[in-house]
Design a protein around this ligand. Structure first.
Ligand SMILES: C[S@@+](CC[C@H](N)C(=O)[O-])C[C@H]1O[C@@H](n2cnc3c(N)ncnc32)[C@H](O)[C@@H]1O
Length: 258
């Protein structure tokens, strides 16, 4: 049975991504590198990637910094892709992947040098609790980082409705992320905001996932589209959102020291 066959796609954006083997966040690899720098990853021995998706950042960190990376995601399909990604990158001995919910991380307090989370909390209702869990499992003196999207300018209502249909949760305003970060209890808090650029959306995505992986994922998407009605609906809804939506979107990098 292939991955596409095995996944009961419920028409949901994340189910579809997990079936196809794609995950991403606003800002791509450039945003990841910037966030990791703000979290001083170069001095870390153990890093937790929360909501790791297909594990691009986990494999990247293990390869570049040689540290131990634990990637968690609530989707077992994403965890399977993460394991594959680490294997293909030759870092499977450095990357550990396990199914877990950010709201209840299965780790002792004060363990990780860096805990980071990219484009995950937008899908989580109790964001304060999720941040609290990330802070709990970070070492005193360690860093916690978040990368999350917000509207820099509200899109027209019909475009907003299309995004909601395709992706699901509402994007909180920047001030909501800012308030959550201020309440995190972290010290030396840094917030950097960026505007996304529709012109670099595709090249950012290719740079993030890599050509080889992306071509195989497109093949799986095509198969899902042809064979699975719920998958077809989810793919269509995603493609119907015009790339111009990026002109309304920004993202914030939030870092702080425990
Ligand atoms: C948009 S993807 C981003 C994945 C990855 N961080 C990246 O940048 O490629 C969001 C991920 O968050 C995961 N996720 C959503 N809610 C979660 C939760 N409560 N706990 C853990 N992971 C969650 C999803 O399964 C998905 O893999």
């Amino acid at each position: 049975m292939t991955t596409a066959d095995a996944v009961p796609v419920g028409g949901e954006f994340l189910d579809m991504q997990a079936a196809v083997g794609i995950s991403k966040h606003t800002g791509g690899m450039e945003a990841t590198e910037e966030l990791l720098k703000l979290c001083h990853v170069e001095t870390a021995q153990e890093v937790l990637n929360v909501g790791c998706g297909i594990g691009v950042a986990s494999a990247h960190i293990a390869r570049k910094y040689g540290c131990h990376v634990v990637g968690v995601d609530m989707s077992d399909k994403m965890i399977a892709w993460s394991q594959r990604r680490a294997r293909e990158a030759g870092v499977e001995t450095l990357v550990e992947c396990r199914v877990a919910n950010v709201l209840d991380l299965p780790f002792a307090a004060d363990r990780f040098d860096v805990v980071f989370c990219e484009s995950v909390l937008i899908f989580v209702e109790d964001k304060a609790r999720a941040i609290g869990e990330c802070v709990r499992v970070a070492k005193p003196g360690g860093y916690v980082g978040l990368s999350e999207a917000f509207w820099t300018q509200l899109p027209p209502p019909e475009l907003l409705a299309q995004v909601k249909t395709a992706i699901g949760p509402a994007t909180p305003p920047f001030t909501a992320w800012q308030a959550l970060w201020e309440a995190s209890g972290l010290q030396e808090r840094v917030i950097r905001t960026y505007q996304t650029d529709p012109r670099t959306e595709m090249s950012d995505r290719i740079h993030w996932i890599g050509w080889r992986w992306l071509v195989r994922a497109w093949g799986r998407a095509l198969r899902l589209y042809v064979t699975n009605p719920a998958g077809r609906k989810a793919i269509k809804e995603t493609f119907e959102v015009p790339p111009g939506i990026m002109q309304y979107l920004g993202y914030g990098l939030f870092a702080g020291r425990k």
